[in-house]
Design a protein around this ligand. Structure first.
Ligand SMILES: C[S@@+](CC[C@H](N)C(=O)[O-])C[C@H]1O[C@@H](n2cnc3c(N)ncnc32)[C@H](O)[C@@H]1O
Length: 217
């Protein structure tokens, strides 16, 4: 089956920028206490509901996967871009990174205790997000936790340049209320939302949504 063109375009763009993206973002979390607070809360919630693997979906160079590992979670990463996976394995040789798409994960039903999608749903055309959220729901255990990060807005941005390279890449700013509604339709209960104002080079508010797959844990 041929894949949708947005997946091929996203993969191609991140293959080009992988090495420089990793370099530029390497220490970014250290300067973002609110981002770390959401990841720490997520880790605490996952640990409180038992053990189990946590997937960092759209992990890029694995900086968030490594952060989750340092917080004590059994974390692994999945990314669409083979070059990102190469960089993630290079930078974090003790962690597991797989190539794959969050639209059709190579994971059995209900195997994950948690999912983090950190600025990685932003390249999925909004009308296709229900497919992604259905896949998140499928692979999470009942009661499993989900943490999303994305830029707030309601528009498509097209980039011809990124991280010092020529690319052709679309990214979508999303309205948090609408994302929450989609999550709820997919069987998640959203229980926390952080909207933070832009910092440094950011142009938009940033949204962090924490949700739980409905059902018993
Ligand atoms: C902005 S980067 C964020 C990377 C990482 N989460 C971080 O915060 O450093 C977006 C990442 O999502 C990945 N991605 C986009 N769509 C994806 C999909 N359908 N499945 C898996 N990964 C995807 C891209 O390849 C890219 O590495």
């Amino acid at each position: 089956m041929t894949e949708p063109s947005y997946l091929s375009a996203t993969r191609a763009a991140y293959d080009i920028v992988a090495v420089d993206y990793a370099e530029l973002l390497r220490t970014e979390l250290a300067a973002k206490p609110l981002d770390r607070a959401m990841l720490a809360t997520f880790a605490e919630l996952v640990e409180a509901t038992g053990t189990g693997p946590v997937a960092d979906l759209g992990c890029g160079p694995g900086r968030v996967t490594a952060h989750l590992d340092a917080l004590g979670l059994s974390a692994f990463g999945v990314d669409l871009s083979p070059e990102m996976v190469v960089v993630a394995r290079r930078d974090h040789p003790d962690l597991r990174f797989d190539e794959g798409s969050m639209t059709a994960l190579d994971l059995a039903d209900g195997v994950l205790a948690g999912i983090v999608a950190w600025y990685s749903i932003i390249h999925t055309p909004p009308e296709r997000l229900p497919v992604v959220f259905a896949e998140f729901h499928r692979v999470l255990a009942p009661g499993g936790h989900l943490l999303l990060a994305f830029q707030v807005g309601d528009e498509r941005r097209h980039f011809e340049q990124a991280y010092g390279h020529a690319v052709s890449l679309d990214a979508y700013r999303l309205p948090p209320d609408w994302v929450e509604e989609l999550l709820s339709q997919a069987g998640f209960a959203v229980h926390a939302r952080l909207l933070r104002e832009p910092e440094r080079a950011e142009k938009n508010q940033q949204a962090y949504l924490m949700a739980r797959k409905q059902g018993q844990s």
